[in-house]
Design a protein around this ligand. Structure first.
Ligand code: CO8
Length: 257
């Protein structure tokens, strides 16, 4: 797969997608959103890939938000359409992706950039990262799921403070708040993300997909997470992964999923 705004590298069951618009601090324009969707769609059916890592190029920025130059002259209709398209084709898509997505946040994660990181299943940040939802300084609100996912991750009061004040927080504060799972030195960021990805990659892909569905169900209107868990749990018994996992345990060997 060839892209204008992304780099894609696959090794040892892990795909690393690097957002690559360093002159714009990797801001998300429409083309990048479409390319990210296309890359993820391609990786979904690639049995070799078990985990996806998202990161930004350069040492300064993960993603500094949606591309302000691109949307500066948008009408109400265009703004609504772009937010809806982005949410469906990328942000909700990542949250519900069948393989774990880890955001390796290597600098600014602002606006749509933090929303992208929050749509991933796990976030790891380097010490230099700065995170925030500064949309109200532009007369906007977060439009890629930020009002919902930030409140889910850090609680309503903290989310409202971050959104209303537009203040960036440093990586250590994001860690304290549970917005990121781990903190590392910048040069340890990708190795740490890959280390976690490698552990995940040893486990049953089928069970991992089911677990993602169940956790998300609890945050989805009209779905009962407990019911979904029972259904998904039952389905696991009919899978090859279940046979392999239990057989390997009984044979005192490591499972090969
Ligand atoms: N969009 C477009 N270009 C950007 C963006 C961006 N979000 N962020 C930075 N850039 C560009 C700058 O314009 C600059 O380009 P140039 O050299 O051509 O002027 C280059 O990147 C470097 O940026 P700075 O010179 O500003 O670098 P600094 O180190 O001085 O500052 C900051 C770094 C603090 C990150 C600063 O660039 C900044 O504040 N950027 C904007 C951050 C922001 O407000 N992000 C939120 C955008 S809104 C959003 O994400 C809404 C999501 C929902 C959208 C729904 C669809 C409509």
């Amino acid at each position: 797969m060839e892209f204008n705004n992304l780099l894609l590298e696959i090794s040892d069951s892990i795909a690393v997608i690097t957002l690559n618009r360093p002159k714009q601090l990797n801001a998300l324009n429409k083309e990048t959103i479409a390319e990210l969707h296309q890359a993820l769609e391609g990786l979904k059916n690639d049995a070799e890939v078990r985990v996806v890592i998202l990161t930004g190029s350069g040492e300064k920025s993960f993603v500094a938000g949606a591309d302000i130059k691109e949307f500066a002259n948008f009408s109400v209709t265009e703004g609504t359409e772009l937010a809806a398209l982005g949410q469906t084709s990328l942000f909700d898509y990542i949250e519900n992706y069948s393989k774990p997505v880890i955001a390796a946040v290597n600098g600014f994660a602002l606006g749509g950039g933090l929303e992208l990181a929050m749509s991933a299943h796990i976030r790891i940040a380097s010490n230099n990262a700065k995170l925030g939802l500064p949309e109200v300084t532009l007369g906007l609100i977060p439009g890629y799921g930020g009002t919902q996912r930030l409140a889910q991750l850090v609680g309503k009061g903290r989310a409202l403070e971050m959104i209303l004040s537009a203040q960036m927080i440093k990586a250590d504060r994001a860690y304290e708040m549970g917005l990121v799972n781990h903190l590392t030195e910048l040069d340890e960021l990708l190795p740490t993300a890959k280390g976690l990805a490698a552990k995940i990659a040893q486990n049953s892909p089928n069970a991992i997909h089911s677990a993602i569905k169940c956790v998300n169900a609890g945050y989805t209107d009209g779905m009962n997470g407990f019911k979904v868990e029972i259904e998904e749990f039952g389905k696991c018994f009919g899978t090859e992964d279940f046979t392999e996992g239990t057989t390997a345990f009984l044979e005192k060997r490591k499972p090969q999923f």
